[in-house]
Design a protein around this ligand. Structure first.
Ligand code: HEC
Length: 194
C-alpha cells in the first residue's frame, strides 16, 4: 500500500513535469526565435535528416537530427501519458540500442540511438472502444556519443515538432530529468515491454 502510494506520487510528479514540458513543446510554433540565436553545431557529423522533413533541422545545444529510417527500427515499448497531455508514445531503438537493452548492458555503446514518437489519442473510427494514434506531437531523439556529449552522460538530445527542432530552453531540460530518474540505467527510462 505504502509502496503503491509512493509509486503513484512519483508517477504523478513525472507526469506533471512531462505534461508541463509537453504542453510547452506543443504550444511552441515550429520555428522559434530562440533557436535562431543558438549557434548550431556542424550538421556534417550527423546523418542526413529524414527525407519526409521538408526543413532539415538539428537540435540546439546538441546538433542532433532525426535519424533516417528510424520508422523501421525495432519497438522497445509503448507508453502513455495521462491528461492533460493525453498522449500515446512509442519508443524505438536502432540495432545498437536494442542489443544493449537485450543484454541489460550497464552502458549503451556509442552509436546507440533511441527515438520516442508521441501522438494525441483518438477513438478508432472503425471500432469505438479502441484508441488509436491521432495527430503526431513530438519526435524525440537520444544519440549516444560518449566523447561529443561527455557532459550529459554521453547522450545528445533532440526534440522535434513537425520535423523542426524546438528551442534551446526545452533542450536544457532533457538531461536533468533523465539524470534525476534513471542515471543508473545510463539515463534511459524505457525497457522492453514484456
Ligand atoms: C520531466 C522528465 C523528462 C524530461 C524533461 C524529458 N524526458 Fe525524455 N523521457 C521521460 C520519460 C518518463 C520517458 C519514458 C517514456 C515515457 O514515459 O514517455 C522518456 C523517454 C525518452 C526517450 C526514449 C528513451 C528513454 O529514455 O526511455 C527519449 C528519446 C527522450 N525521452 C528524449 C527526451 C528529450 C530529447 C528531452 C528534452 C527535449 C526529454 N526527453 C526530456 C522523461 C523526461
Amino acid at each position: 500500500m505504502q509502496r503503491l502510494r509512493i509509486a503513484a506520487a512519483f508517477g504523478g510528479l513525472v507526469l506533471l513535469a512531462c505534461a508541463a514540458l509537453g504542453q510547452h513543446a506543443v504550444a511552441q510554433p515550429p520555428v522559434h526565435g530562440a533557436s535562431e540565436t543558438v549557434p548550431r553545431q556542424q550538421p556534417a557529423q550527423q546523418p542526413p535528416t529524414e527525407p519526409q522533413s521538408a526543413r532539415p533541422s538539428a537540435s540546439p545545444i546538441y546538433g542532433v537530427t532525426i535519424p533516417p529510417g528510424y520508422r523501421k527500427w525495432q519497438l522497445i515499448a509503448p507508453a502513455e501519458e495521462a491528461a492533460p497531455l493525453d498522449e500515446l508514445r512509442v519508443v524505438l531503438g536502432n540495432p545498437e540500442a536494442v542489443e544493449a537493452i537485450e543484454r541489460s548492458a550497464k552502458r549503451f555503446p556509442d552509436g546507440a540511438v533511441l527515438v520516442k514518437l508521441a501522438y494525441k489519442r483518438k477513438p478508432s473510427p472503425d471500432f469505438e472502444p479502441a484508441t488509436i494514434p491521432g495527430q503526431p506531437t513530438t519526435v524525440q531523439v537520444m544519440v549516444k556519443d560518449s566523447r561529443r556529449y561527455a557532459s550529459t552522460g554521453g547522450w545528445g538530445f533532440g526534440r522535434f515538432v513537425g520535423g523542426v527542432a524546438v528551442d534551446a530552453a526545452q533542450h536544457q531540460t532533457c538531461f536533468a530529468c533523465h539524470a534525476a530518474r534513471v542515471k543508473d540505467r545510463d539515463y534511459v527510462f524505457t525497457r522492453f515491454a514484456p
